[in-house]
Write a protein that binds this ligand. Structure first.
Ligand SMILES: [Zn+2]
Length: 239
């Protein structure tokens, strides 16, 4: 996905040089505007000195970045009570979704949600962030933000589901094709490369991965192993 960058006014964020290990939450917001664009927002944060910011702005066509990930954006702080024990500006990335209003209610265009899913999935992978560390501004301070995901809990659950869905939604045929196309097949745990061995051992222990018996052994294609490892990193198989 292509991301355009336009730096926010220096008064809107904290230059921080955070390391990868210091970024452990992704916080979802909405702009509370009606039909704005990601570019509108980065322009605003470039031209205004207002001590607030977010790293990313998403609309149905584009993603714009306004604060570098290593810098701290001011998007979920409060002088009041924190309702999340750990998530703060200092350890999170703030993502704003452009919104629309209909009959006095805020909503997101489907394309905006789709672009946000892609962006969040990319950041989850980049920073090794588990799905339960993707939170709403509401979860941090109880602000009604992002309203479409606070007022409609099912929409938020659907968003969360889509952060890990790809593998779950593969059809049996797609799985078969994946197997047919792959060249390397592992038949014993010992033959599984280092990067996938812990996952295979876990699945065997839980009884979820079984050999086909006889000489076939595990019969685990490399492409399938990659999928299992991605799922494992996403926390799907537990500890
Ligand atoms: Zn917010």
């Amino acid at each position: 996905m292509e991301i355009r960058f336009q730096q926010a006014n220096a008064g809107n964020y904290l230059s921080a040089a955070r390391g990868k290990e210091q970024i452990s939450y992704l916080v979802i917001h909405f702009t509370a505007n009606d039909g704005d664009t990601a570019k509108n927002n980065v322009d605003y944060f470039t031209n205004s000195n207002i001590s607030t910011s977010a790293h990313y702005f998403v609309d149905e066509k584009e993603v714009w970045q306004s604060v570098r990930e290593a810098d701290i954006a001011w998007h979920c702080g409060t002088k009041g009570t924190y309702f999340h024990p750990y998530c703060r500006n200092a350890n999170s990335i703030g993502i704003e979704l452009c919104s629309c209003i209909k009959n006095g209610k805020y909503y997101f265009q489907p394309g905006t949600v789709e672009n946000a899913v892609q962006l969040v999935r990319m950041l989850m992978q980049k920073y090794d962030i588990a799905p339960d560390h993707v939170v709403r501004h509401y979860d941090v301070t109880h602000k009604n933000c992002p309203a479409p995901f606070v007022e409609n809990a099912a929409a938020w659950q659907d968003f969360k589901r889509r952060l890990t869905e790809e593998v779950d939604d593969m059809t049996a045929d797609e799985v078969k094709n994946l197997i047919a196309q792959s060249k390397t097949v592992y038949n014993t745990v010992a033959s599984v490369p280092e990067w996938g061995r812990a996952t295979v051992e876990k699945l065997e222990q839980k009884g979820w991965l079984k050999g086909e018996g006889g000489s076939a052994g595990l019969n685990l294609p490399e492409e399938m192993l990659r999928v299992l490892v991605i799922n494992d990193r996403a926390g799907i198989y537990g500890d």
